[in-house]
Design a protein around this ligand. Structure first.
Ligand code: NAD
Length: 443
């Protein structure tokens, strides 16, 4: 199939290279000229494991990038909209989606033949039908369901594992305004094997995405709230949650007695809070949408409230040992909101580093991948380091903010040192006895 993808960020580019790998002819469109140039040189503008290899393999064979939306839509049968849908502080901000719908509509006005427009961005229920369709119809002067089709195909990839997730989906949600749209969308995923597919209307497709993200965010805030209680009453949340995990409804037992540990359990672990470009904005957008629809989202409000307070716990633990942060040398380990990505959007690490700087601490920062993104936020106000080893020298405290695997080396790197820094484990990834001075979330 000839496919154009508008918006070449984490979702658009990953979808683009994966669909190209599956044999489709893909044109990626972005307004960011620099991104487009990089992609055409085979260099991904973002970090995702495996992305570079797949891009190099497919560029100029099954995939090209351009800023020319008109040509991209003209030369393809189907367009995916994968632009950002931020939360503007009050509600979901649809201006990027609206703009693209308008631009695609204007091309459809000139284009002969049927075209399918698919919303892949996360949008609140009703957006495809009530916002995108009218814009497309107005700009094209044509009728949705007759002259062109409209689909809604939410994306479930996880940053850090995006290529794997896209190539091996657990389900594909095929939403649309009519059967024809859904059938074409189904053909797009024809090469993805025998995966469970949900064929539905666009409103349900939109809601499935919010329900999925909200549930995962809820599990994290639940674990964090339990963790905060544990810390207050002298219980270690790691032990407590292990006891919870051994419920066979969470960790099913095979007849041999062996346990299955589903990856869902990684959301049932206490930490310094969730971040990223999805959970915070999606839960906030759902709360706003619920209110607008007359349905208060009390549980989701609590999820956000718990999460907003969580990074502060790192500072509270630090202040237990160092009440005055002025001039205190602190190492912040990890800027990415999770390992495997260079995405720092809404990362709790940003919040914590800002507090440290506000209180005049002297901050060293290390992240193996996300340094270039963090530099855009902090410039020269922190001391960026290239190596873990050097970052933890000469500091009074080490704050572990991201669960990067090689942070497990910290105990070895500290062993035998005369001055032992306080290690504050925001991800509960170290053995609490492995360093001399240890604090952790939920301990
Ligand atoms: P992103 O910010 O990484 O990328 C968006 C891209 O769209 C940018 O490159 C931007 O330049 C481009 N763009 C904006 N307006 C444009 C226009 N008019 N024409 C062409 N390009 C334009 O965003 P993302 O993280 O890929 O997310 C995209 C959507 O997918 C969002 O709705 C998000 O909620 C959803 N989503 C994201 C993830 C994730 O892990 N990042 C996962 C699932 C769903």
């Amino acid at each position: 199939m000839n496919v154009s993808i508008v918006g070449t960020g984490y979702v658009g580019l990953v979808s683009g290279v994966c669909l190209a790998e599956k044999g489709h002819k893909v044109i990626c469109v972005d307004i960011d000229q620099a991104k487009v140039e990089k992609i055409n040189k085979g260099i991904p503008p973002i970090y995702e494991p495996g992305l570079s290899e797949l891009l190099r393999k497919n560029i100029y064979i099954n995939l090209t990038a351009t800023t020319d939306l008109r040509h991209a839509v003209m030369d393809t049968d189907l367009s995916l909209i994968a632009v950002e849908t931020p939360f503007d502080g009050t509600e979901i901000d649809l201006k990027y989606v609206k703009k693209v719908a308008e631009q695609i509509g204007a091309v459809l006005k000139e284009k002969a033949g049927y075209h399918l427009v698919v919303v892949k961005s996360t949008v609140v229920p009703g957006t495809t039908e009530n916002v995108v369709v009218p814009i497309l119809e107005q700009a094209s002067g044509k009728k949705a369901g007759e002259d062109f089709g409209v689909g809604m195909n939410p994306e479930f990839l996880k940053e850090g594992e995006a290529i794997f997730d896209f190539m091996n989906p657990d389900r594909i949600v095929l939403g649309g305004i009519d059967e024809r749209s859904i059938n074409i969308l189904n053909d797009l995923y024809g090469a993805f094997g025998n995966v469970d597919k949900v064929r539905t209307n666009s409103r349900t497709a939109e809601l499935i995405k919010y329900a999925s993200n909200s549930l995962l965010a809820l599990l994290i805030s639940f674990s964090n709230e339990i963790g905060n209680l544990c810390a207050a009453v002298g219980v270690d949340v790691v032990e407590a949650m292990q006891g919870v995990h051994f419920d066979r409804r969470f960790t099913p037992m095979l007849p041999s007695g062996e346990r299955i540990f589903p990856s869902m359990l990684t959301y049932l672990v206490a930490g310094c809070g969730f971040g990223g470009s999805c959970f915070p904005k999606d839960v906030n957008a759902l709360i706003a949408y619920g209110k607008k629809m007359g349905v208060p989202m009390n549980l989701m409000e609590a999820v956000i409230a718990v999460n907003t307070r969580q990074p502060q716990k790192m500072i509270e633990m630090l202040k237990k040992h160092y009440p005055n942060l002025k001039g205190l040398k602190v190492a912040v380990l990890g800027m990415a909101f999770k390992p495997g990505t260079d995405d720092i959007r809404e990362s709790p690490s940003i919040t914590v580093t800002k507090i440290l700087l506000d209180e005049n601490a002297v901050v060293k920062v290390y992240d193996p991948i996300a340094r270039h993104e963090a530099e855009k936020v902090f410039g020269s106000s922190v001391d960026f380091q290239d190596e873990l080893r050097n970052t933890i020298v000469g500091v009074s405290a080490i704050l572990i903010m991201t669960r990067w695997q090689h942070f497990h080396e910290i105990p070895n790197l500290l062993a035998g040192r005369q001055e032992q820094p306080l290690v504050i484990d925001g991800r509960r990834m170290l053995d609490k006895k492995s360093v001399l001075r240890y604090e952790g979330i939920g301990l």
